[in-house]
Design a binder for this molecule. Structure first.
Ligand SMILES: NC(=O)c1ccc[n+]([C@@H]2O[C@H](COP(=O)([O-])OP(=O)(O)OC[C@H]3O[C@@H](n4cnc5c(N)ncnc54)[C@H](OP(=O)(O)O)[C@@H]3O)[C@@H](O)[C@H]2O)c1
Length: 301
């Protein structure tokens, strides 16, 4: 029963990649149905029973717009869940890797956000994730909080798959061009998370390896730029490619306000761990190769 790693939210975009990429590590991959992180007792009992050497929390309430009218549920998963996990890890003396978000910032900075820049989330999702970060820091010294952004994976729902789906149905797609961020492939984020986990397990962590780090794909773009690149790369496999039209955030109102600048500076992670994710375009090309084959009906024979 003893394993190196316990990963929560194992059926989400990131959790799924962590579970399939942990070669050489023994891993308990628990989906929502296996462990509800809002259940304090279940969290305590599961960690005590499975005795992992570290915990990776990939579980979260990620429906950014729905959270605006569902704050209790968002806070239960994004604040209380990490609090229970951190307290349980402290109880048995193991570290926690917790995943957080660019949405802890308000997006008003002109350059890339560093870890210690002031936080000021704009919506319930960001506020609940920030509360989760604070709970982890409060309960457990030996933590790594990885803030990431614009995550897309082979498994699960995301912007890339939505673009491909609606692009097959419509001639024109209108996409927001005044929000900038760093698209992050869930597979690359999982590899980074597992590299940190390996150092934790090997006991080679220096003090500066704990704390809060930014971890996104390298480079930055807007949602419009992201959409253009998706269709540029996928074009040879598609029967039809839509026209992509740039619009402003004001032209596409959503219940939750989003930061205009989501770009994260990831140098601290590189300095502490030597980890730097490849360019977002290179990762996107790899992801599309897999997804387009799986979506056989849109790929050319
Ligand atoms: N997606 C993004 O663009 C993005 C951007 C920045 C940061 N992040 C952060 O990155 C991390 C991974 O995100 P992701 O994209 O992989 O999210 P995801 O695909 O939505 O996966 C989250 C998983 O958590 C599970 N979950 C929800 N409530 C739970 C609970 N109470 N107990 C246990 N599991 C629960 C969900 O299961 P059900 O579906 O069954 O509820 C789902 O499988 C999260 O911390 C997220 O906040 C994501």
């Amino acid at each position: 029963m003893i394993a190196d790693i316990l990963v929560t939210g194992a059926h989400g975009q990131l959790g799924w990649e962590v579970a399939r990429r942990g070669a050489g590590l023994s891993l308990h991959a628990l989906g929502h149905g296996d462990l509800d992180i809002t259940d304090r007792l279940a969290v305590m009992q599961t960690i005590a029973r499975l005795k992992p050497k570290i915990v990776i929390n990939a579980a979260a309430y990620t429906a950014v717009d729905r959270a605006e009218n569902d704050a209790d549920a968002a806070y239960a998963v994004n604040r209380d869940g990490p609090a229970h996990l951190a307290a349980a890890c402290a109880e048995v003396g193991i570290p926690l890797i917790h995943i957080s978000t660019d949405y802890v910032f308000d997006g008003s900075k002109s350059g890339a956000y560093k870890e210690d820049d002031p936080v000021a989330p704009l919506g319930i999702y960001g506020k609940s994730k920030l509360a989760g970060e604070e709970a982890v820091r409060e309960h457990l010294a030996h933590h790594v909080i990885l803030r990431t952004a614009w995550v897309y994976g082979i498994h699960g729902h995301n912007f890339v798959k939505t673009m491909l789906r609606v692009g097959a149905e419509r001639d024109t797609l209108r996409v927001v061009d005044d929000q900038r961020g760093c698209p992050t492939f869930a597979g690359d984020l999982a590899d980074a998370t597992l590299a940190i986990a390996r150092q934790m397990i090997n006991g080679t962590m220096r003090d500066e390896c704990f704390g809060t780090f930014h971890c996104t794909g390298s480079g930055a773009t807007s949602w419009y730029g992201f959409a253009r690149k998706i269709f540029e790369l996928a074009k040879p496999s598609l029967q039809k490619v839509p026209t992509i039209e740039a619009i402003t955030t004001a032209e596409y109102p959503t219940p939750a306000k989003r930061p205009a600048n989501s770009v994260l500076d990831c140098h601290r992670l590189e300095q502490a761990y030597g980890i730097r994710l490849r360019s977002w375009e290179a990762a996107l090309a790899e992801m599309l190769n897999t997804v387009l084959v799986d979506m056989g009906e849109t790929a050319r024979p």
